[in-house]
Design a protein. Structure first.
Length: 266
């Protein structure tokens, strides 16, 4: 295991940097329909985690079940006072430990350490179904600059399902180029755009996607699903959260959100 301390953070390499390449099965050849090419780009999955010992194990386990082999998992444990780092150790390819909590700093640092051509920023409480990485590698092409996948709530309650149906509709139609616990982009575009605005704690995803889209189109990958916990809605109530998002959207159109702080819910 490689452990390196530099500039106030610790980097560990618990697993090999590149996982095995999973060779697809060889179906019977057909002269009527050509075989679909298998994507081969390296994918870096970047997971910022602040006090996520409860949710992170399932998130990492879901990634280990992917049917696409060329990927690495980078976990950035930032400002944790629980066992997040211990949970991530030996379950990811690279572990970065920061002493202070900062979502933007964590994501940007993870991207700088990434070896993949394609970046996926994943929330620590979001589970990807096994086909997700292969689907993204196939559908997210050079003409796309930013994207997300189909979202779904982590508990079966009608009000949550309606929220996600509406959210997916806005992403699919392009009415709002947002995210559902997942942001997809090319590393070269991310670096050139300057990455996440580290001074923003709210609507930072939308702000990044807006800048990325000067390089290409927004892509909604509907054939793959990200299942996210509804802890914020459970603890704060649906009406309050929806009102907050609406208010922040209006403020983002006419004002500066750099002074707004995002309440941590665990």
């Amino acid at each position: 295991m490689l452990v390196m301390e530099t500039r106030g953070f610790v980097i560990e390499n618990p697993l090999p940097a590149i996982t095995k390449w999973i060779k697809p099965s060889s179906p019977r050849r057909s002269f009527l329909r050509p075989e679909r090419s298998v994507p081969s780009q390296m994918i870096s999955i970047i997971i910022p985690a602040h006090n996520e010992e409860r949710y992170l194990p399932k998130t990492l386990e879901a990634l280990r079940r992917q049917n696409y082999g060329r990927y690495e998992i980078i976990v950035i444990a930032n400002g944790c006072t629980d066992r997040t780092a211990e949970v991530a150790r030996n379950r990811c390819h690279r572990l970065i430990v920061l002493s202070q909590k900062s979502l933007g700093v964590s994501r940007n640092l993870g991207a700088r350490m990434a070896r993949g051509e394609l970046l996926i920023f994943l929330d620590a409480d979001t589970l990807l179904e096994p086909i997700t990485l292969r689907r993204i590698a196939t559908d997210f092409t050079d003409q796309h600059a930013a994207g997300t996948i189909r979202g779904w709530p982590g508990c079966e309650r009608l009000k949550y399902e309606l929220i996600y149906l509406l959210k997916n509709l806005t992403h699919r139609t392009g009415f709002h180029s947002g995210s559902s616990g997942v942001i997809i982009c090319w590393r070269k575009h991310f670096i050139e755009s300057g990455g996440f605005d580290e001074g923003l704690e709210v609507r930072e995803n939308s702000e990044l996607i807006r800048r990325l889209m000067r390089f290409g189109k927004y892509k909604y990958v509907r054939e793959a699903t990200a299942t996210t916990s509804m802890r914020r809605y459970d603890q704060r109530g649906c009406a309050r959260i929806i009102w907050l998002w609406l208010k922040l959207w209006v403020q983002s159109q006419f004002g500066d959100l750099h002074q707004r702080r995002y309440e941590t819910v665990r």
